[in-house]
Design a protein around this ligand. Structure first.
Ligand code: AMP
Length: 205
């Protein structure tokens, strides 16, 4: 799993790790946004929490993950789950975590990464107006889909997401450190450099 604050590079690195290691990706953020777009019962319940930069209630997200993990074979990469101790404890009941990579990035860098991020409406690929520009403005390099700014990537919501991270998610590093599966990785600098550090940690595990 990839831990780390919003904007630390979990989504970007997940795309590449999936392509090169063949993991199955499970991103609760992508799944929840899809539910909101489709207006499902889950989406309707989740929307107000997401718009406010808060966590969607644990029981909803745990149910979603359980459903997605059912019958999956091979390596799985969790992006954005777990995000609370309750979720981590629930996950322990049905999934063995082999490695938790914690991406460490300075807060000013995180704000810039998030507020200038653009995401693909179709395949969820992520770009950045300066650090990871799409070849054609507004168009996804990977699938040709439309790029948009997530409604929670505005500065006001981003600040609330940081508060939520500090209160609810940061304690998970200690949880996984105690289990002996935590590796902290420097998430600053070019995407390729961060990828190299993560890949090395995975290969060594
Ligand atoms: P992300 O795309 O990972 O930044 O997630 C976007 C938003 O979806 C978060 O700010 C939360 O509101 C919600 N979300 C994603 N994953 C979780 C989770 N594991 N638990 C609770 N809420 C989540």
């Amino acid at each position: 799993m990839l831990l780390g604050p919003p904007g630390s590079g979990k989504g970007t690195q997940t795309e590449r790790l999936v392509a090169e290691f063949g993991f199955t990706k499970i991103s609760t953020g992508d799944l929840l946004r899809e539910a909101v777009r489709n207006g499902t019962e889950l989406g309707v319940k989740a929307k107000s929490f997401m718009d406010a930069g808060k966590l969607v209630p644990d029981d909803l997200v745990i149910g979603l993950i359980k459903e997605k993990l059912k019958g999956l074979k091979g390596g799985v990469l969790l992006d954005g789950f777990p995000r609370s101790l309750e979720q981590a404890q629930a996950l322990d009941q049905f999934f063995e975590v082999e490695l938790a990579v914690d991406l460490e990035v300075d807060q000013e860098v995180l704000i810039k990464r998030l507020t200038e991020r653009r995401s693909c409406r179709v395949c969820n690929a992520v770009f950045h107006l300066e650090f990871n520009r799409p070849k054609k403005e507004g168009v996804c390099d990977k699938c040709g889909g439309e790029l948009y700014q997530r409604s929670d990537d505005t500065e006001k919501v981003v600040r609330e997401r940081f508060n939520t991270y500090t209160e609810r998610t940061a304690p998970l590093t200690e949880f996984y450190r105690k289990k002996g599966v935590l590796k902290s990785v420097d998430g600053m600098g070019p995407i390729d450099d961060v990828y190299g550090r993560i890949a090395a940690v995975i290969k060594a595990a």
